[in-house]
Design a binder for this molecule. Structure first.
Ligand SMILES: *Cc1c(COP(=O)(O)O)cnc(C)c1O
Length: 357
């Protein structure tokens, strides 16, 4: 098969080193003679993976000591419920920056008093609302730092007078974050941190235990903190590959190094979108994501949609069709996507322009 350039939004491209390690471990996990998916999670070999993975998260994101790192099933969508269960008592606010943010808010509304503090729905979520006041009486403010579907990104760690909670599913590990500004950060692994099947939650311990509702055992973050994410059987294979993904990131130089590369990839692609007469970007320039790059055909050229998709496919581009709610195209350029992948997409866009403009 010829070289493919994978721009899928998630599950998505992962480092080859992590894939290779997964293949090896499926044959023989750490010299035990047993495939990683057939070994007891109560063995010392497995516990070493859990410990290494937790330690890598701590190191890569510079997580302070008063935070815990847990691995949970159910994806980021299950975290929408965990957040409301574990933190909502009187009132919570959500920054409505897209479908994922709205889904998170819906779970909170089902359990109590929650509302959208600001929204960019008026322009199909093509920007990040700014300048909103954060009331001091909230249990928490929930933000989505990267809006995977629309290609917008909240690039700063907000100063919040109330506990700040962030869904970082699609930009975690893409840049440095000041973890100390958050009460909770969570992410589904399948965009930058590993394969689907596991979510990570980074929790400031003293932010827990403030709600009066009954918390089902499995939905109480404290259960998973106390049992070091092994209250029940963890998703071992997903965690194994996540650990290998983090090892790769560390070997590459960590989040600052990868951030520099991510910025360069994004600049390359946005520069082409802005230059190329056939395409226009959809997100406000100042809020453009460095992870998901969304663009459409220029006015009058819309009928070239299918033709460009086929043209790009022939040249090895995978997964550039935009989300159905936005249309057009989306190139997801996560950590494991290379400058070479982006350069190939840019070359493809230029070639298409030369044919059609
Ligand atoms: C993909 C995504 C989700 C949903 O993740 P699941 O693991 O499929 O539940 C939530 N939030 C954001 C920002 C996402 O990109």
């Amino acid at each position: 098969m010829s070289k493919v350039h994978n721009f899928t939004a998630g599950p998505c491209v992962l480092p080859q080193a992590a894939i290779d390690a997964a293949i090896d471990a499926l044959k023989d996990f750490k010299g035990t003679g047993v495939p990683v998916i057939c070994i007891s999670h109560r063995t010392k070999e497995w516990e070493a993976v859990m410990n290494e993975c937790r330690a890598l998260w701590r190191e890569l994101l510079n997580i302070p000591d008063n935070y815990e790192v847990v691995f949970l099933g159910g994806g980021a969508s299950m975290q929408f419920l965990y957040v409301a269960m574990n933190f909502l008592e009187h009132k919570a606010a959500y920054l409505d920056t897209g479908v994922w943010a709205s889904k998170a808010l819906k779970e909170a509304k089902g359990l109590g008093n929650a509302y959208a503090i600001a929204s960019s729905k008026d322009k199909n979520y093509t920007y990040i609302p700014k300048g909103f006041e954060i009331p001091a009486d909230l249990d928490y403010l929930h933000v989505t730092t990267n809006n995977t579907i629309y290609g917008t990104e909240l690039k700063e760690d907000l100063d919040s007078p109330v506990p700040l909670i962030a869904d970082m599913s699609s930009d975690i590990l893409s840049r440095r974050v000041d973890v100390s500004k958050y009460a909770l950060i969570y992410a589904g692994a399948q965009k930058n941190a590993g394969p689907a099947g596991v979510a990570v939650a980074i929790i400031r311990k003293d932010a827990l235990g403030k709600v009066s509702r009954y918390l089902p055992t499995m939905l109480d973050y404290r259960t998973h903190i106390d049992k070091e994410s092994m209250f029940n059987t963890p998703p071992v294979f997903s965690i194994f590959v996540m650990n290998e993904t983090l090892k790769w990131l560390k070997a590459e130089g960590g989040v600052d190094v990868i951030h520099e590369r991510n910025v360069k990839k994004a600049e390359t692609l946005y520069a082409e979108i802005d230059r190329n007469s056939l395409f226009v970007g959809t997100a406000e320039k100042e809020d453009r994501s460095i992870m998901n790059v969304c663009f459409v055909l220029a006015p009058g050229k819309e009928d070239l949609q299918d033709e460009f998709l086929a043209f790009a496919k022939e040249r090895g581009m995978v997964g550039i069709k935009g989300h159905r709610s936005v249309g057009g195209f989306r190139a997801s350029i996560y950590n494991a996507c290379t400058q070479e992948d982006v350069d190939a997409l840019v070359a493809c866009m230029r070639e298409f322009e030369a044919l059609k403009a």
